[in-house]
Write a new protein. Sequence first.
Length: 245
Amino acid sequence: MLPPRSGGSQQKQNAGPARERRGFLGTSTGKKAVMAVTGAVMVLFLILHVVGNLKVFSGAESFNEYAHWLRHVGEPAVPGRTVLTLIEVVLLVSVVLHMWAAISLTRRARKARPVKYAARRKSQASGYATHTMRYGGVVIVLFLIWHLLDLTFATVNPAGAAGLPYDRMVQGFAPERWPVTLFYTLALVMVGLHLRHGLWSAFQTLGLASGKAYRPLKLAAAGLSAVLVLAFLSVPFAILIGVVK
């Protein structure tokens, strides 16, 4: 006499609670949501940051006043630098969560297909995008560390901690420090590629990238990324050629 087939149903019953215990953030949908929200936070920060950077073209007084306002916004309701510190904390948490979600999704995709296809068809574009996102992320992290040490804490900046923000900016990208400008350029290009990829992925996830909207949205993702990168690079290159000094 055959035993009753209860194993399959029992496993299904156990699978439900297991998925519930894992929580929303443990699912692919949750991780994608984390990437979307943190990505939006970082894009907003980039836009606000580049607007502030462009004030360097208004002269030293205007740029220093902007930097002073940024550190004292919210006073006297809150102590100085409180709002700026909160922004920095939110940005740091967003970067960490964004990286965590990206790594988790990549590992999950690999586990879902543990055995590689015997005859794998991988386009050159796909391989290029994968390597750009992976190694570009490393370049961006290294750049952020240097950027903080250079212009925020001024430990590696020629103007030093006592220097005014405008002086730090100009001396930080002085012609004799062209390797720094080169590294800045490389990192910003990587940021642009990440941004274009993120925006395009968001359009696809929302189901907008189809039909007649396909090409305009793809151009919009590339266009916004290019504008941000060029706006950021305009400052160091203006200093490099002597327009800003």
